[in-house]
Design a protein around this ligand. Structure first.
Ligand code: WT7
Length: 647
């Protein structure tokens, strides 16, 4: 933890109007000591239909977790992201879309955004969608994905965006869990020059016997030839062709749900986290403005996907609530080659780039190529999110992308937190590569040992958050008990993040990674239990154990141990069929990197798989197994070590 320090004062770009460190500390203390006053004032950054009179009303008791912010206020999220900017910014660009192929792009003004969102909102109403109904959005990275989200928000429907990389089964599971009535999708998703079928995946999902809640599928034509559709399907352009360009925004309570977003946990099926309207938007807007020190007129690019929380909060809701110009990129950073990111920055004169360490590492692989043929002179700030950033990647990002001119804000947060929680503020916080630095306003992080004792000063432990913040998820859709169980039962009256963390002598936080059975593969969150249950559904697999291991580009790779059904011959074809099975059943992002067959798995005498051992072997640290005396059959371990794949 003796890391180098990059003082804010040394940077050429002087984020004028940023808070000083002293001002941050004073404001931070007041946000903790007087949350009602602090957030009561911050809530005014939004337009309310009916002003709130109450601000914070929250309880973290595990049997009755209750999180309410601004609970008697009403508002509409889409009119906060669009209509209120129209008097001053109707012609300003809301969205710059950069297509998969270089040379294909488009600008959408706030007026156009308004018109497109209203037309689709009216179209959805025609299909019978009402306030509170759930709508699945399974879309490429095109402006229509944002229109779809905002159209739902406009009429009070609850959207659930499913990442376009998910397979039919994963779509079906999410449709059923949230009981959606409509799916909005596109014919194809273009990624790196290859069209991927989206509509077909939806059709396959809807064919599953247990899916019977969907009444309509809306299909956006993203460039494939237009063919006739089935009678429950409608082309987006046909649906909206006679729709008005105005649509009265629905009056929503601050605590009405805005969206459900699924994420993986350490057990069971994915959880649909419920985010509500008022607190979420206050959090999205304030964090976007303060962390990036965003100023009107700047072009801001969050290179995430709208299928993840980062895309929700920092491509769509945060920037648009602030009247920003937000970039949406359809493609991948390495297509046609690694120079693409720099070329996009120059072309659209981007000031702020926010991306994931895994993308940085993928670019780094090709040396300096990413820095060729672009000046990146317009950049003043860089950001990262999604996983711990290793010092080499930080240095490369700082030197090659930012030309040593730009501060890097390393933002720690989660699907559950709605927006960034531990993060530098541009122009305010001195940086240490690899540290997410200090808490945002209203966030009270603490470290505890495994018994829940709070650790003071310089320490390492499990990261908890002691009190509620406005952007917090309110529940797990359809299972409030699981919400309490998952996040509030490990330690009393606090939120448990699932992350391990260190705090240094300056009070800086260093996230060390998950302490539960959740993997972070290329910034994508995957539960080992989820992958295991997919694996054991393969006809030749008797038992499966999945662990993560350090991977140069992905951060973590997926290492799978399998025992075959007895009598099965282990062939390369069988291994391939298992790999393809998971790809198809869950998603290509869940594809195992290494598959090791073994006659048995190391278990305790009570039958529990000793994952600690499997993790060590996968990490090629089999010489550090520790105590294995509680194993039922130690010879299993010898076999596993002998046949290990990561050497
Ligand atoms: C997990 C949450 C935050 C939106 C995207 C991921 C890890 C996230 C950082 C960071 C170290 C990070 C944590 C967290 N994580 N940001 N800056 N430094 N680790 O959201 O899919 O809900 O995953 O990502 O382990 O718990 P998510």
């Amino acid at each position: 933890m003796t890391a180098s320090l990059y003082p804010v004062a040394d940077f050429e770009y002087k984020h004028d109007n940023a808070l000083s460190m002293e001002e941050y500390k004073v404001l931070y203390q007041s946000s903790i000591n007087h949350p009602n006053e602090f957030w009561g004032e911050q809530g005014l950054r939004l337009d309310w239909m009916k002003p709130y009179t109450k601000v914070k009303n929250t309880s973290f008791k595990k049997d009755n977790v209750s999180v309410k912010w601004f609970e008697d206020g009403t508002l509409n999220v889409s009119s906060n992201c669009i209509d209120r900017h129209l008097p001053t910014r109707a012609k300003d660009t809301a969205i710059i879309w950069e297509g998969d192929s270089p040379g294909v792009d488009k600008r959408v003004s706030y007026q156009e955004l308004h018109d497109e969102v209203c037309k689709l909102a009216n179209g959805l109403k025609k299909l019978g969608v009402k306030k509170g109904d759930r709508v699945i959005i399974y879309m490429p990275m095109v402006p229509q994905a944002a229109y779809a989200m905002l159209a739902c928000a406009r009429i009070g429907a609850v959207h659930s965006v499913v990442f376009a990389g998910f397979s039919p089964n994963a779509i079906a599971d999410r449709i059923i869990d949230c009981g959606a009535s409509v799916v909005i999708t596109a014919d194809v998703n273009k990624r790196g020059g290859k069209p991927l079928p989206l509509k077909e995946n939806v059709e396959e999902a809807l064919e599953r016997e247990d899916v019977n809640c969907i009444q309509h599928t809306v299909v956006f034509n993203n460039g494939a030839p237009i063919n006739p559709l089935a009678n429950t399907q409608v082309w987006w352009h046909d649906l909206v062709s006679n729709c008005a360009m105005t649509c009265e925004p629905e009056e929503m309570n601050a605590e009405d749900p805005l969206f459900v977003l699924y994420t993986s946990g350490s057990t069971g099926k994915p959880k649909g986290l419920v985010h509500t309207s008022g607190g979420y938007l206050v959090w999205a807007s304030m964090t976007h403005e303060k962390i990036f020190n965003y100023k009107p007129g700047e072009v801001y690019w969050c290179a995430a996907d709208v299928g993840w929380i980062t895309g929700h909060t920092y491509i769509v809701y945060g920037p648009l609530a602030n009247g920003a110009t937000t970039v949406m990129f359809e493609g991948v950073p390495t297509y046609p080659d690694e120079r693409r990111i720099g070329q996009i920055i120059d072309k659209h004169q981007i000031s702020i780039l926010y991306t994931a360490p895994t993308a940085i590492r993928a670019l780094m692989c090709k040396g300096d190529l990413a820095a060729q043929d672009s000046t990146r002179d317009s950049l003043r700030l860089l950001g990262t999110v999604g996983e711990p950033i290793n010092p080499e990647a930080w240095q490369w990002y700082y030197e090659k992308v930012g030309e040593k001119k730009c501060q890097i804000v390393d933002t720690w947060w989660q699907t559950e937190t709605g927006g960034a929680m531990i993060t530098p503020l541009a122009g305010t916080t001195d940086l240490k590569p690899g540290s997410a630095t200090l808490p945002f306003f209203g966030v009270q992080p603490a470290l505890v040992d495994s018994d829940g004792n709070e650790l003071e000063g310089e320490a390492e432990g499990n990261l908890i958050i002691k009190d509620s913040w406005p952007g917090q998820a309110r529940s797990i859709h359809g299972d409030h008990e699981r919400y309490g169980q998952t996040y509030f039962s490990a330690y009393d009256n606090v939120y448990f993040t699932g992350d391990g963390c260190k705090r240094d002598a300056d009070g800086y936080y260093w996230i060390t990674g998950r302490v539960d059975d959740v993997l972070n593969v290329s910034g994508h969150r995957l539960g080992t239990a989820e992958i295991e249950s997919s694996l054991v559904a393969h006809e030749k697999v008797a038992e499966a154990a999945v662990v993560g291991y350090p991977h140069d580009i992905k951060g973590q790779g997926i290492y799978v141990y399998l025992t075959p059904i007895s009598g099965t011959e282990i062939t390369p074809e069988l291994t391939k069929s298992v790999r393809d099975w998971v790809r198809h059943d869950l998603s290509p992002i869940a594809t195992p990197d290494m598959i090791q067959w073994s006659p048995g798995l190391p278990k305790t005498r009570s039958g529990k798989i000793m994952r600690r051992i499997l993790r060590k072997v996968a990490a090629n640290e089999h010489d550090q197994l520790g105590d294995i005396s509680t194993l039922a059959d130690p010879s299993v371990v010898d076999n596993i070590i002998e046949n290990r794949l990561n050497k």
